[in-house]
Design a binder for this molecule. Structure first.
Ligand SMILES: NC(=O)c1ccc[n+]([C@@H]2O[C@H](COP(=O)([O-])OP(=O)(O)OC[C@H]3O[C@@H](n4cnc5c(N)ncnc54)[C@H](OP(=O)(O)O)[C@@H]3O)[C@@H](O)[C@H]2O)c1
Length: 368
C-alpha cells in the first residue's frame, strides 16, 4: 500500500481533471477521481489505477464522502453556472476533513469587479478557501486554454477556416497552454506543497501567438491552407450553441462572450508567456502546433474528404440558422448578480499589480 498522501481530483472527467489524475497516478500517488457517472472516461481512469467516486460534486453529502480518508485535493469548478456553490461545498468539506493542501484551478482574469459573474465567483472562492491557516493552498490561474481553439478544428480541417472573434489577425494576444501543461503545474503543486503553498501560478504555452499564427499552426498540422476569419460575438455564440462537442449552457455562453472581449482587449497577453509550466510542472511547455498535431493524430475524422467538406458546409449552415441569443436577457432571466460598477481586468489596479512579471506574490497580498 502507498504511503504517499491520497489526493482527491474533482471534475476528474474534465479537460484538466483527466491529465491531473493520470499524471498523479504516474508518480505513484493514490487518487480518488470524482466523476459525475461511470462512463468511458471513468473506465480509463480506473484502468490507470484511480479509485472512482461517482456522485454529484455540488452536493455537500457526496463531497464529504469523497473527502473521507483524503489528505490533498484538486479543486476544479466546471465551466458552468453555480461555480460559487461548487466552491463553497468544496471549501466547507475540505475544512471539515482537515485537508492539508489544496490546489485550485482559478482564472487569469480573476478580479473583484469583473463583468463576468463566473470570474467574480472565482475571486471570492479564492478568498474563502484560504480562510483557515491550517490548510495550505496553491492557485493555478491559466488564461485562454489551447483547447478552446480545438473546438473549431473541424471547420479548419474541412473548410479551411479558423473562425473566432479574436480581433486583429496579426496581434499576438495569447500564449495558449495545453490541458496537460496546466495539469502539470497543478500536479507539481499537489505533490510539493512546501514549495508551492500560498503561491499563484499562471501556466501558459511557450509563445504569444496572433490569430494568423494560430491558423498557420493549424494549417501545418492539418496539411492544408487555413485562414483566420474574425467573426462577430453573435456568430461565436451561435456556433457554441449549434455544434458538438460544445455542451455549454446559455448561461455559460454569456460568460464566454465576456472572455472573448477580454481576449480582444489583450488581457491574456499581459506578462505572458510565463515560465510556470517548467518551474512548477518540471516540463517544457508544449507548442500550440504540437497540441494540434496530437489532436489531429487522435481524430482520423479530421482527414479531408468530400463528405466531410459537405458536412462542414452543413454545420456552417446550421450555425447561420441557429437563433441569436440576447446575452443580457439570459443573465437577467437567471437573476444573475449584477454590479453597476464593473471593470475589466486591465482596468483594475489590483489585477495589474498582481500580474507583474515577477514571481507571483502570495494571494494574501492580493487584496491589499
Ligand atoms: N477553458 C478556458 O479557457 C479556461 C480558462 C481559465 C480558467 N478556466 C477554468 O477551468 C475550469 C474548468 O476546468 P476544466 O475545463 O478542466 O473542467 P471541465 O472540462 O469543464 O470539466 C468539468 C467536469 O465536471 C463534471 N461535472 C459537472 N457537473 C458535475 C456534477 N454535478 N457532479 C460531478 N461532476 C460534474 C463534468 O462532467 P460531464 O463531462 O459529464 O459533464 C466534467 O467532467 C473552470 O473553473 C474555468 O473557470 C477555463
Amino acid at each position: 500500500m502507498s504511503t504517499l498522501p491520497k489526493i482527491l481530483v474533482t471534475s476528474a472527467g474534465g479537460k484538466t481533471g483527466i491529465p491531473v489524475t493520470l499524471q498523479l497516478l504516474g508518480k505513484g500517488y493514490p487518487v480518488r477521481a470524482f466523476v459525475r457517472k461511470r462512463d468511458a472516461r471513468a473506465d480509463r481512469l480506473e484502468k490507470a489505477g484511480a479509485e472512482i467516486f461517482a456522485g454529484d460534486q455540488y452536493s455537500i453529502s457526496d463531497m464529504r464522502r469523497a473527502m473521507a480518508g483524503v489528505q490533498r485535493a484538486y479543486q476544479c469548478a466546471p465551466t458552468a453556472p453555480n461555480g460559487l456553490h461548487f466552491n463553497a461545498v468544496f471549501t466547507a468539506a475540505a475544512h471539515e476533513a482537515k485537508l492539508e493542501h489544496i490546489v485550485t484551478l482559478g482564472q487569469w482574469l480573476s478580479a473583484a469587479q469583473h463583468p463576468s459573474l463566473f470570474t467574480r465567483e472565482v475571486y471570492i472562492s479564492d478568498i474563502l478557501i484560504r480562510m483557515s491557516p491550517e490548510m495550505s493552498v496553491t492557485s493555478v490561474n491559466p488564461g485562454w486554454f489551447a483547447d478552446n481553439y480545438l473546438m473549431v478544428l473541424d471547420s479548419a480541417a474541412h473548410l479551411g477556416l479558423f473562425t473566432m472573434p479574436l480581433g486583429a489577425r496579426d496581434v499576438k494576444k495569447n500564449a495558449p497552454p495545453s490541458n496537460e501543461d496546466i495539469a502539470g503545474v497543478a500536479v507539481g503543486a499537489l505533490i510539493n506543497p512546501e514549495d508551492h503553498s500560498n503561491k499563484i501560478y499562471r501556466p501558459t504555452g511557450p509563445q504569444l501567438l496572433s490569430p494568423d499564427e494560430i491558423a498557420a499552426a493549424m494549417a501545418r498540422a492539418l496539411g492544408r491552407k487555413v485562414s483566420y476569419m474574425d467573426i462577430s460575438e453573435t456568430m461565436m455564440v451561435k456556433a457554441l450553441r449549434a455544434l458538438p462537442p460544445s455542451n455549454y449552457s446559455e448561461a455559460a455562453v454569456s460568460q464566454l462572450a465576456i472572455y472573448a472581449d477580454e481576449y480582444r482587449r489583450g488581457s491574456f497577453a499581459v506578462n505572458a508567456p510565463t515560465d510556470d509550466v517548467e518551474l512548477v510542472g518540471g516540463r517544457k511547455p508544449e507548442s500550440f502546433e504540437s497540441i494540434v498535431r496530437r489532436t489531429v493524430a487522435a481524430r482520423p475524422e479530421l482527414r479531408a474528404s468530400l463528405s466531410k467538406r459537405l458536412g462542414g458546409l452543413m454545420s456552417f449552415a446550421r450555425i447561420l440558422l441557429t437563433p441569436a441569443l440576447d446575452l443580457d436577457k439570459i443573465q437577467l432571466d437567471r437573476d444573475y448578480v449584477r454590479l453597476n460598477d464593473t471593470k475589466f481586468s486591465q482596468d483594475t489596479a489590483e489585477w495589474l499589480k498582481t500580474h507583474k512579471p515577477l514571481r507571483a506574490p502570495a494571494i494574501a497580498n492580493q487584496a491589499t
